[in-house]
Write a new protein. Structure first.
Length: 411
């Protein structure tokens, strides 16, 4: 232990002799560690943001929408005709064991007014189950209830964006708004959800009972008054997603009387898989940014090797004298190795501080979400220490195995 402490003291003494050179050598490690921390923070922030957005759309979510059909040889696009009904939603709820909740919905857009204020927003006609599927909570007033749908009540729940544009800081609960000149009473305010993974403002919405939406706002299909624009389905669990899709596909084909050679007239989309792919892309980006930043650490390690080789050359006579008076090979090896590790560790500590500051500045000025984790800091620090050992070993070994006679004669 005493020998190690003595070697550390000698190493610090040698580094102090050439302070500027030591500082410039550490600069490569500082930049490398800071770059790794900052780049991983940017990638981790993007991944965390996508995870929040995935959670905001709801858990175990499956979307069922009308599909494409072929009429007289003409293939119409998806959603070109009405193929889903409220009765389909009830059948799915009753006959698909892997399905927990189903919410039929019809969506449109309308101009909404309150006093002298007006705002164009999305109108979602749906049932109370929609709130459960989307993990929507009420921050003021009450949610939609089954009685609102059964009685076609003119009641509405407002998203935060709508509240801000119509009411500002005033309490909207109990106030009367007009949607397409039809009066509605505000019964509740939705808690904020933020943007969806596709960048859509999830708070720019008004929820009203499905029956009321058809009768007073969005209208009904002439072909089928029970038709809906889509169905949101929540599977009984993450492991039940595939089973729920298969059960719904089989049931809807039976209900729509589709022959084996006919294509589905509906489309089932597993939104969780789509957004999970985006999350995977963000994680790959995080690893890529970290890998690119790690190149800076390798460059810093090369700088340490270069300086240590120069130091061995400058101190050849000193090394020869130590070996001549009984110094052991391992002592010389440890001395130069400790110098190398000291440079990299000090550079790593300074790099961590710079990396934390850089992450904060990126978040503040670039408005990017950054997330600095303890694991990334530890990884960068350990990597910097390994760089010191790896790139310092060759110069240390070269110094330790010098011939004492040749070293003493070195000019």
């Amino acid at each position: 232990m005493k020998k190690i402490l003595a070697s550390v003291g000698v190493a610090f003494g040698a580094l102090r002799v050439n302070r500027m050179r030591s500082a410039l050598t550490m600069l490569g490690i500082i930049i490398g560690v800071a770059a790794v921390i900052a780049m991983v923070a940017v990638g981790s922030g993007a991944t965390a943001r996508i995870q929040q957005q995935i959670q905001s759309i709801g858990s175990n979510l499956i979307l069922v929408v009308p599909g494409s059909i072929t009429t007289s040889g003409i293939r119409l696009g998806s959603g070109a005709t009405v193929t889903l009904t409220e009765d389909d939603a009830k059948a799915i709820q009753a006959e698909c064991p892997a399905v927990a909740v189903v919410a039929p919905a019809s969506r449109g857009a309308a101009q909404v007014t309150f006093g002298n204020s007006n705002w164009a927003t999305g109108i979602m006609g749906t049932t109370p189950e929609y709130l459960t599927i989307r993990d929507l909570t009420t921050m003021a007033g009450r949610p939609l209830i089954a009685q609102d749908v059964e009685s076609s009540s003119r009641v509405a729940m407002l998203g935060q964006t709508v509240v801000q544009n119509l009411f500002g800081d005033a309490d909207p609960v109990g106030q009367a708004i007009r949607i397409k000149n039809t009066p509605f009473t505000v019964v509740g305010v939705l808690a904020p959800k933020g943007q969806s993974p596709t960048g859509q403002d999830q708070d720019d919405i008004i929820l009203i009972p499905l029956s009321t939406a058809k009768r007073d706002v969005l209208g009904v299909s002439r072909a089928n008054a029970r038709a809906v624009g889509s169905m949101l389905v929540q599977a009984a669990g993450p492991q039940m997603m595939q089973q729920a899709q298969e059960e719904m596909e089989l049931l809807l084909r039976q209900r729509h009387r589709l022959q084996p050679d006919q294509e589905d007239d509906f489309t089932i989309r597993n939104l969780t898989e789509i957004f999970a792919a985006q999350e995977g892309s963000a994680q790959v980006m995080s690893l890529l940014l970290g890998a690119i930043a790690s190149v800076s650490l390798i460059v810093g390690g090369i700088g340490i090797m270069n300086i240590m080789l120069v130091s061995v050359t400058e101190r050849t006579r000193e090394i020869g004298l130590r070996l001549a008076v009984g110094g052991k090979t391992r002592d010389i090896l440890s001395q130069f190795l400790i110098e190398s590790v000291t440079l990299s560790v000090l550079g790593g500590v300074a790099g961590i501080a710079v990396g934390l500051c850089a992450s904060a500045l990126i978040s503040h000025f670039a408005k990017w979400s950054t997330l600095v984790s303890a694991s990334s800091i530890l990884l960068a620090f350990v990597f910097s220490a390994l760089v010191g050992v790896s790139f310092g070993f060759y110069p240390a070994r070269k110094a330790a195995f010098l011939d004492p006679i040749e070293a003493l004669r070195y000019e």
